[in-house]
Design a protein around this ligand. Structure first.
Ligand code: ZN
Length: 476
């Protein structure tokens, strides 16, 4: 079945790509998701890249239980109020009503900081640099596969430090790890910024974010890193004997990225034919489609395809031979285009006679013959080229849909059509922020940490002097 076009029906396009490319499906409980092998392989590639960077920056993985006593959560007021509407509560287990209800973790600051109160006594015990991979539950009223699901997979880092400076540095370091995974691995250009108080993580003093722009010109928050100050240390009694002989509260960070990144991958690169996967996260980088009419041709072409697949695998390329006998080549071409395989290699009797193979790029559609002996090297080079081309393409799209605005009217017009980031001055007031949200649905996605946006003139909403430059967009 043909996909809806992105321009006409982006949500329908997204839903059909997820379904037809076999990435995931809805499960029996509303909002929960079955991640199918092809979608899970994409997640694994992202997860592995992130895990590598988490470890390279000195962190270790650990694991905490998914059940948290409700009373434990209640100790950090802002935190519990922020998450309470999304709690899933266990009241019965083991055939009886529980003495106290358990919350299925929506995030683990509370139970982890409760443990840190036992793990930390002296400055010598610090810093604690830990991360966990797991699942969390946040009851979702308007679910969408990968983007908003009641249960999702993620990592959550939880660190404890002696000083505020150290904790702030840590929060920035992990934001940089997210930037690297987004840009260098997923080929998604991101802007780095701070969140406004209204958009912060409940209980955080500062939330840092990476924000990307999707093909429908909506923003996606792709990873957040929080400086939590001493809020959790105070709520859970994490004190340590400092170098000065005095008791101090520990300083905290937490940072997370989730399976929503798979949704970002789909929406940042996809086109009307389906996915376009960056080679670094593509489960298969090259698929060989054998073309034949007779049994003789078949055995000859399949044998050569298998030989080439081995050679290319040795060169470090993830390659698969599509030898499904019941499907015509044209169907296979469309199928691999839908699944976003970076390169298709067509191999028929005429190619064999000419000592060549025909390579077709998914990202550009460029097609041409390559000598069979040189094909391995060509493919290795092509992987880098395609990775970069997808990044450049997404960056050009993002830049073309980022506009400096100087008035509320200009902001509103841009958000309505074509949409994207509208960047302008902001006075820092929650009223101006709320007004834009009420009238345009756009929220402040980030206050830039870097990048080309100038600190613009007065607040685009009220005309008072600005305290920050803000980037507004409609967001997922
Ligand atoms: Zn204002």
């Amino acid at each position: 079945m043909a996909l809806p076009s992105q321009e006409q029906d982006f949500p329908g396009w997204y839903q059909e790509v997820v379904r037809q490319a076999d990435l995931a499906e809805n499960s029996l409980v509303r909002g929960t998701m079955v991640i199918k092998p092809y979608g899970y392989a994409m997640w694994e590639a992202i997860r592995d890249a992130l895990d590598l960077r988490i470890k390279q920056t000195g962190h270790q993985n650990f694991y905490f239980p998914m059940f948290i006593p409700a009373r434990l959560l209640e100790r950090e007021k802002e935190h519990v109020e922020g998450f309470a509407p999304e709690f899933a509560l266990v009241t019965h287990a083991g055939g009886e009503e529980l003495g106290e209800p358990l919350v299925v973790r929506p995030t683990s600051e509370t139970i982890i900081w409760d443990a840190y109160s036992r793990w930390v006594q002296s400055y010598r015990d610090l810093p604690l640099l830990y991360n966990q991979w797991g699942n969390v539950v946040r009851w979702e009223m308007r679910p969408r596969l990968f983007l908003r699901t009641t249960e999702f997979l993620w990592q959550e880092g939880h660190t404890a430090h002696e000083t505020r400076e150290e904790a702030l540095e840590e929060a920035k370091r992990m934001l940089e790890a997210y930037r690297q995974v987004a840009e260098d691995v997923m080929a998604i250009p991101v802007r780095l910024g701070r969140k406004t108080p209204a958009e912060r993580f409940p209980g955080a003093e500062e939330t840092l974010t990476i924000e990307a722009l999707m093909r429908d010109r909506k923003a996606l928050q792709a990873g957040t890193s929080h400086y939590l100050g001493q809020n959790f240390a105070k709520a859970y009694g994490v004190t340590f004997l400092g170098r000065d002989g005095e008791e101090h509260y520990a300083e905290a960070t937490s940072w997370g990225a989730s399976t929503r990144l798979v949704g970002g991958l789909i929406m940042a690169h996809g086109d009307d034919k389906g996915l376009r996967l960056p080679p670094k996260v593509a489960p298969q980088q090259v698929v060989i489609v054998p073309i034949y009419r007779s049994d003789d041709e078949r055995s000859r072409v399949i044998a050569e395809a298998a030989r080439l697949a081995d050679l290319w695998r040795e060169a470090g390329v993830r390659v698969k031979v599509d030898d499904r006998d019941d499907l015509r080549p044209g169907f296979k071409f469309a199928d691999h285009e839908l699944r976003g395989v970076p390169v298709r290699a067509e191999l028929g009797p005429r190619d064999l006679d000419a000592g060549q193979v025909t390579l077709v790029r998914r990202d550009t559609g460029a097609k041409g013959p390559v000598g069979i002996d040189a094909a391995g090297d060509t493919l290795v080079a092509l992987m880098d080229e395609i990775q970069q081309a997808l990044f450049d393409d997404a960056a050009a799209f993002r830049d073309a849909h980022t506009k400096s605005v100087t008035s509320f009217e200009e902001l509103r017009t841009w958000i309505e059509d074509p949409g994207g980031f509208a960047v302008g001055g902001w006075c820092g007031s929650a009223e101006c922020e709320a007004k834009v949200k009420a009238e345009t649905k756009a929220t402040i996605r980030y206050l830039p940490l870097e990048g080309p946006e100038p600190a613009d003139g007065p607040c685009v909403v009220c005309g008072e002097p600005s305290v920050d430059t803000a980037a507004w967009a409609i967001a997922y």
